[in-house]
Structure formats: C-alpha cells, structure tokens
Design a protein around this ligand. Structure first.
Ligand code: PMP
Length: 367
C-alpha cells in the first residue's frame, strides 16, 4: 500500500509520470550484512592510484564547477583506446550515457510506425533498455534470443531503425564474436548499432577496433565493474565525433555538469592504473571459472559467461525459491521474474572466500 504522502503527491503527477514503469535496480541493503553477489560490483577495492587521487582532491576547489568537458578524463580514455578525444563522451554512469543515446539516436513512435523502422534489441537483455524505450516513447521491438540464449543474428540483420546489444549480454553473460558485431554494423551503414560493453573486460572482445571503419557504431562502457568505481558513477561512450556531438547536444539540454570533480579525478587515475586493472580482471576471470565448476558439480546448468557474473539454473529448484533461501542465509543474488529466465539466478563473481561460502550454503540447500 502507498504511504499517505505518496498518495497526496500523486495528484500532481502528470499523465506521463503516472504511466511510467521505472527500472528497479538490485537491492543495496542497509544494516544487515550480506554476502553481496547481486549487482555485479567488483569485489575488490579500486586501484591505489584512484585512492591517491581521491585522497588528494583539494576540497577548496569544490567551490568551483567541474570541467563540463571532462577533458583530462576523456584524454585518458582516448589514449587508453588509441582514439581521438573527440571520439569519447563521458557521463554519470553508463545508464545515463545509454539514456542519452536512446534519446539522441532512435526515432519516436508515431502514427506511421513501421516495424522495419523500430529500434530492436533482444527479448532477454539488460532490462533498462525497454524502460528507456518507453520513457522516450520510441518505436521499438524485441527479437527473441535463440533457444540457447545466443544472438539471433539473422533476425538482427533484417531492416530496423537501430540495434542495441549488450556484449557480453546481460544477464546471460554470453559474448558474441566480433565478426557478428562487424556484420551487423556493415549490413547497413545508415543504421546505428549501439554495443553496451559494460562487461567486456572480463572476457569479451571489444568492438573498439571496428570504429575506424564503421561510423554507425557506438560503444558504451562503464567504470563500475572492471574498474571498481560503481560508487562514483562513471560511464563513457566511444564513437565517431558526430555521434559524440549528438550525445553532448542532448546532455546539454538538461545538465552541463554530469561528472563531478571527484569522479573526473578518480576516473583519470583509473585509466593510468594498468597493473591493478590487469591483475584484478585476471583474478575475477579465474574465480569465475572456479565458481562455474563448483556450481556445475552441484547440478546447475551454467551459461558460458564472459562477464563478472554467471547465469545458472538448477533442474530441481525454482529460481525464486533458491533466491529466497540464499537471502535467508545472508547471500544476495539476483533473480528476474521475467519470461524465459525466471528459473535462473544471476550470481556476481565475488572474492574466493565469498564464493566458497555461497557454494557451502547451496550444498546445504540442495541436500
Ligand atoms: N549496462 C549493463 C548491461 C549493465 O548490466 C549495467 C549495470 N547495471 C549498466 C549498463 C549500467 O552501469 P553503470 O550505470 O553503473 O555504468
């Protein structure tokens, strides 16, 4: 039931606000301490270079607005990927960057809607995409993933008004090969292909190398996962200068300063911290392999993951009941009560001791 305050407020909601279906992020528990494997955060602290940058942030400078162009950060990202600074856009988490891209590049719904002009994305993918599509009232449709949860390449090659993919996909963790992305991008140079590479550093192949030949490709990445900066909100897009300018045009219609001084400084330091980055992602990939093997031993079917999580189901237990039992035992994972995936749990790769504890609890639950 809604609280009296909420009811009182609702009479001021306009029709659009009343009809919204907002995205619901994974739980961020307060108080009770959980083994938290539900939002794909990095289990390790960020690089020492990031800590140093935050510790030496001059408080006195906080009276001044941050650089609206985040130039130092964009230069650091550009040099890391061998791109020009004009090919880099940064935002307050990749959710914001994705929202701007949906708004900037795809066509609104209208009376003349044609399915072949709709922006498409898979039926099983990051559940924020349909939220954006509805929020911006776009002409959109989904294409079903294959039965094994891989990309339906032939369906995606059909005419559409744009393609949005997460690669590796969420919440399956399955990665598509680069030649698939290349085929999709080259099929129609006038169709935008947006590739969300939030998890690419854990084993996927980035499409950055395709940018030189495909000006219809926009790559979105985040510092929340492989760089352990979820708490600072830092995402970015890589693409042609014209696409980057499009994102900036939309951003500058609602907020010129989306990245504060702390995020800019920490992000710049994060891209210089290559030793930490390589060691940490290798550690997470090794833990994922161990965790996958342990889950399989318990009878789980685990989809082949190239991300910092696995998507797994057990033949004898429903996803919802396992989720509840794990929560009761102090372990938080993610369960999506959605068609085709309600039997699965999405489990973030934690530290080795977190994984050991989770496996110990699952063993007991499955007895
Ligand atoms: N894309 C995908 C596929 C994700 O899973 C997430 C994390 N929920 C994001 C984007 C957003 O990440 P952030 O806003 O923290 O950069």
């Amino acid at each position: 039931m809604s609280s009296p305050d909420k009811q009182a407020g609702s009479r001021f909601w306009n029709e659009k606000t009343r009809l919204l279906t907002p995205y619901v992020p994974g739980e961020q528990p307060r108080g009770q301490s959980f083994i938290k494997l539900n939002t794909n955060e990095n289990p390790y602290p960020p690089a020492p270079e990031v800590e140093a940058a935050l510790n030496t942030l001059p408080a006195e400078r906080c009276r001044l607005y941050p650089d609206p162009d985040s130039l130092a950060l964009r230069e650091a990202i550009a040099s890391y990927y061998g791109l020009d600074t004009e090919q880099v856009f940064v935002g307050n988490g990749s959710d914001e960057v994705l929202a701007l891209a949906f708004q900037a590049f795809f066509e609104p719904a209208g009376p003349q809607d044609k399915p072949e002009r709709a922006v498409v994305f898979p039926d099983v993918t990051y559940s924020f995409y349909p939220v954006y599509a509805r929020f911006y009232n776009l002409n959109w449709r989904t294409v079903p993933l294959n039965d094994d949860y891989t990309l339906p390449v032939d369906a995606l090659l059909q005419p559409s008004g744009g393609i949005v993919l997460a690669n590796p996909n969420a919440p399956t963790g399955i990665a598509a090969d680069l030649d698939v992305i290349e085929r999709l991008a080259r099929q129609d140079p006038d169709r935008l292909v947006l590739v969300d590479e939030a998890y690419v550093d854990f084993g996927g192949q980035s499409a950055v190398s395709l940018l030189a030949g495909c000006d219809n490709l926009l790559i979105v990445q985040t510092c929340s996962k492989s760089r352990a900066l979820a708490g600072l909100r830092l995402g970015f897009a890589l693409g042609s200068p014209a696409l980057i300018e499009g994102l900036k045009r939309v951003r500058d219609c609602f907020n010129s300063y989306t990245l504060d001084r702390a995020a800019q400084a920490a992000g710049t330091a994060a891209f210089a911290a290559s030793a930490w980055f390589e060691a940490t992602r290798a550690r997470i990939i090794a833990s994922r392999r161990r965790m996958t093997a342990a889950l399989e031993q318990l009878g789980f079917e685990v989809l082949p993951s190239s991300a910092n999580f696995v998507f797994a189901r057990h033949p004898l237990r429903s996803g919802a009941s396992l989720y509840d039992d794990l929560r009761q035992a102090g372990i938080l994972v993610r369960h999506f009560n959605l068609p085709r995936i309600a039997d699965f749990l999405r489990i973030t790769v934690g530290t080795d001791s977190q994984i050991d504890e989770m496996i110990r609890v699952l063993k007991r639950l499955l007895l």
